[in-house]
Ligand binder design. Structure first.
Ligand SMILES: [Ca+2]
Ligand SMILES: [Ca+2]
Length: 308
């Protein structure tokens, strides 16, 4: 081999090295982008969709004008550190759970969940309909919050996520939910502050809905559920606490002096209001409840994680 051939071979090796280096850098960059995308994807679970919350003492219960006796009295409560999902659990996330486990929701097993029939102001009612998380009879994409799920179904999802991640996932405690809705326990009417919704903060019963209780001025752009994260987050970076879909909490409903509700002894707490409800249900102190096997076209959940 002469010196000329040797140089050519050396140049080829150097070119080959740089070519491989370029491919390596490209693959590394692509992997980085994919990781970033996944971390910011609200539609599929990742650890980065959980927000760390530092606990503390706060006043739980209604301190403003009347929301009814169940939200009274305002009283001191302590919350430990915990984590909460930034978004309501999405259809895509629930679909992953169902695909991996073959799980059948209460609505699928009994072939009904509650939907709402509205013909006019006098002919309107809740009705058992053949609707499920995958078909609530309104348009939804993978990005929308899952609905038509019972408390039992939400707990089954948490149990699956626990097995998958080896972390103890659960629903938020009611006091945790109110603590984050108050952006860390502040005295505020709504997760965004004290003013009425303007259409930018939450999805509730606005001009797009026909109901007699609808807000006839405000336009939030949706008659049914909106994709997760469509509105401004609160100060803690959490989306859709108020409105969009009701969210199951871990606790059984009790009055704040510890009494059960007649005929609803086993009922679980729901918080936040929904696209179907009026503005006051989005108040930080508003409480609602239903049986653990109840399911509605406007009811979903988000997940929580104890920090210890
Ligand atoms: Ca709406
Ligand atoms: Ca919500």
């Amino acid at each position: 081999m002469n010196i000329f051939t040797k140089n050519i071979n050396q140049q080829k090796r150097v070119k080959g090295f740089f070519f491989l280096k370029k491919i390596f850098v490209f693959l590394l960059f692509t992997a980085f982008l994919l990781t970033c995308h996944r971390d910011e994807d609200p539609f599929l679970y990742s650890e980065n969709t959980m927000i760390k919350i530092f606990g503390g003492e706060f006043m739980m219960g209604n301190e403003f004008d009347s929301l009814g006796p169940l939200s009274l009295p305002s009283h001191p409560v302590t919350v430990e550190d915990f984590q909460i999902s930034k978004y309501e659990v999405s259809v895509a996330e629930f679909n992953t759970f169902v695909s991996e486990t073959g799980y059948k929701t209460d609505a699928e097993q009994e072939k009904w969940a509650y939907g709402y029939v509205y013909i006019n102001d006098t002919t309107r009612r809740w009705e058992k309909q053949d609707i499920t998380w995958s078909n609530p009879r309104y348009n939804q994409s993978d990005h929308h919050p899952v609905t038509c799920v019972s408390w039992n179904d939400a707990k089954a999802y948490c149990d699956w996520l626990t097995r998958k991640t080896s972390k103890s996932y659960r629903l938020p405690l009611e006091k945790e939910w109110e603590f984050i809705a108050r952006s860390g326990g502040k005295s505020i009417k709504y997760p965004w502050g004290d003013h009425l919704p303007s259409g930018q903060e939450a999805n509730f019963s606005d001009v797009n809905t026909p109901y007699p209780w609808a807000d006839s001025i405000t336009n939030d752009a949706y008659a049914f559920s909106a994709p997760c994260g469509s509105y401004f987050p609160n100060e803690l970076g959490i989306f859709d606490l108020a409105g969009n879909v009701w969210e199951w909490c871990e606790d059984m409903i009790k009055t704040y002096d510890g009494k059960s509700i007649v005929d609803y002894e086993e009922a679980r707490v729901m918080r936040g209001g929904s696209f179907h409800n009026r503005e006051n249900t989005m108040r930080t102190a508003w409480r609602n409840y239903d049986y653990p096997n109840s399911r509605y076209f406007n009811l979903g959940f988000r997940v929580a994680l104890s920090s210890h």
